[in-house]
Design a protein around this ligand. Structure first.
Ligand code: FAD
Ligand code: NAG
Ligand code: NAG
Ligand code: NAG
Length: 427
């Protein structure tokens, strides 16, 4: 038995990457009463982690080649290296990514070893002035990036064409999930959701509520505790002239694991995006131990000094002519981190399958944009209500109650810091 029929009302909270994909897949499957709420006034929502010019793609590439998504997919290749200064942890991560690409029969053919500066300049002539000290790794010509904000817009339009309703801006800012009075079972209480209440105090009823609120999910589902930790990474851009932007057309996504990555400039604006990655920044409430994104966007409108310096080094080693240009569009971008870097796609316990949580992107979820909604559909339609993919289940809260696993995540370099400490060090 499925918890919802095609005519039942479904509310999706969040029109970021996961919420839009869910609306698309459910509408395509014939669900007729879907309403998506987002506190951002437009799509892309300025609060979405995917409100951005580009995101690295390494997976779901077949789905990115289908008609709705293909215009936003750019197969520029992925130059994946470490510099001479990289810690061993970064080298190990690079090697494990490489081994995984080389195991794949289709991808393997597109891997080019990079063992020297000459190898890089042979592949990417635009880096001919770069010192590239000790850079080693590989070029994967199979991978590339997506123009994320354009892809979000395209899916928003496709959803509207399929009859999905959108309530955006202040009227779409959700304060809480509403529940019936709990009923007592053998040893615990079960409560069924009836809908949601907005911050403007309007209620909307629904048979099923799907929470796709990214890093803000714990605001709406307090029982999540520290299963999800709001964490942020820096983003900065360099403004190029039209001529400079066209000279960098087609460069691969370039990632030195110890310094960060840069992308082909956005053709329409000439913006070259930079991201230093690293351990990121959390915003822990000392009372509860839960990290939440700051409420005001303006609070996240900067890049900490240490990140700024790493990005300058990345530019100095690749495109030294740009190393001293001012940064524009600096901000911290908040995502929903889990201890095992895996998603959560599951019913919230003890809600009689009336609330689904879709979160835990861990900073690498955009690549799944074309398909993530199909996982929700499978949960609703297949099986007995138990998520079959064990790693996507509601997680045991016992992992680490303080949520301090950031530094331990194998693929990240550097430790995480508290937002309140870095605010003082704006670059
Ligand atoms: C700097 C950075 C770089 C990244 N790079 C990559 C990459 O290269 N490749 C990749 O695959 N992924 C990347 N990601 C991750 C990717 O952006 C996320 O995985 C993806 O956006 C997660 O989608 P989501 O829908 O869960 O969350 P979001 O896209 O953040 O969307 C959540 C939405 O919920 C809304 N919302 C929240 N609370 C409420 C509320 N109470 N009421 C109404 N609406 C609400 C917000 O407005 C927002 O629109 C990166 C992330 C960051 C921060
Ligand atoms: C969708 O569901 C809501 C809430 O149950 C209901 O008020 C509305 O009439 C429904 N819309 C359609 C088109 O069925
Ligand atoms: C919200 O609306 C409900 C019922 O419509 C009302 O009882 C309550 O007082 C309102 N709350 C606020 C904060 O306005
Ligand atoms: C919405 O749900 C509440 C609680 O179940 C109910 O009292 C109310 O009548 C419903 N409203 C509509 C419009 O269906």
């Amino acid at each position: 038995m499925t918890p919802v029929s095609k005519s039942d009302s479904i509310i999706i909270v969040g029109a970021g990457a996961f919420g839009l994909s869910t609306a698309l897949h459910l509408a395509q499957a014939g669900y007729r009463n879907i309403t998506v709420f987002d506190k951002g006034a437009e799509i892309p929502s300025p609060f979405s982690a995917a409100n951005d010019v580009n995101k690295i793609l390494r997976e779901a590439l077949e789905a990115w080649k289908t008609p709705l998504f293909a215009p936003h997919y750019h197969q520029t290749g992925f130059l994946h290296c470490v510099s001479e200064a990289a810690p061993q942890k970064a080298v190990n991560t690079l090697n494990s990514f490489r081994a995984s690409a080389e195991r794949h029969p289709e991808v393997r053919k597109h891997i080019v070893p990079i063992d020297s500066r000459d190898d890089i300049i042979g592949a990417v002539r635009q880096f001919q002035d770069g010192s590239l000290p000790g850079w080693k790794g590989y070029l994967n010509q199979y991978d590339g990036y997506a123009h994320s904000s354009n892809a979000l817009k395209a899916v928003h339009e496709a959803c509207i064409a399929l009859g999905v309703q959108f309530i955006l801006g202040e009227a779409g800012d959700i304060a809480e999930i509403l529940y019936e009075t709990p009923t007592d079972h053998a040893n615990h209480q079960t409560r069924k959701a009836t809908g949601i209440r907005t911050r403007q105090n309007t209620t909307h009823n629904a048979t099923l509520v799907i929470i796709a609120a990214g890093a803000s999910a714990p605001n709406l589902i307090p029982s999540l505790g520290t299963q999800i930790v709001a964490r942020s990474w820096s983003i900065a851009h360099i403004q190029l002239s039209a001529a400079e932007a066209s000279s960098l057309r087609g460069i691969p996504v370039t990632y030195a694991r110890d310094l960060g990555f840069l992308f082909e400039p956005e053709p329409a604006t000439g913006l070259l995006k930079l991201c230093p990655m690293g351990g990121g920044f959390v915003n822990t409430d000392p009372a509860t131990g839960v990290s939440r994104p700051p409420d005001a966007l303006a609070d996240s409108g900067f890049v900490p000094a240490g990140d700024g310096r790493r990005l300058r080094r990345l530019l100095a080693q690749t495109l030294p002519g740009l190393a001293d240009r001012p940064f524009v569009g600096e901000r911290l971008c908040w995502f929903a981190d889990t201890a095992d870097s895996d998603y959560i796609v599951d019913y919230v316990p003890d809600t009689s399958r009336s609330v689904v949580l879709l979160s835990g992107d861990s900073g690498h979820g955009f690549k799944m944009f074309p398909i993530v909604g199909s996982w929700v559909r499978s949960l609703l339609e297949e099986g007995d209500g138990n998520q079959k993919v064990l790693r996507w289940r509601w997680k045991s809260p016992a992992v680490d109650l303080a949520g301090n696993w950031g530094d331990a995540v194998s693929w990240r370099v550097g430790s995480s810091e508290e937002f309140r400490d870095i605010r003082a060090s704006r670059s």
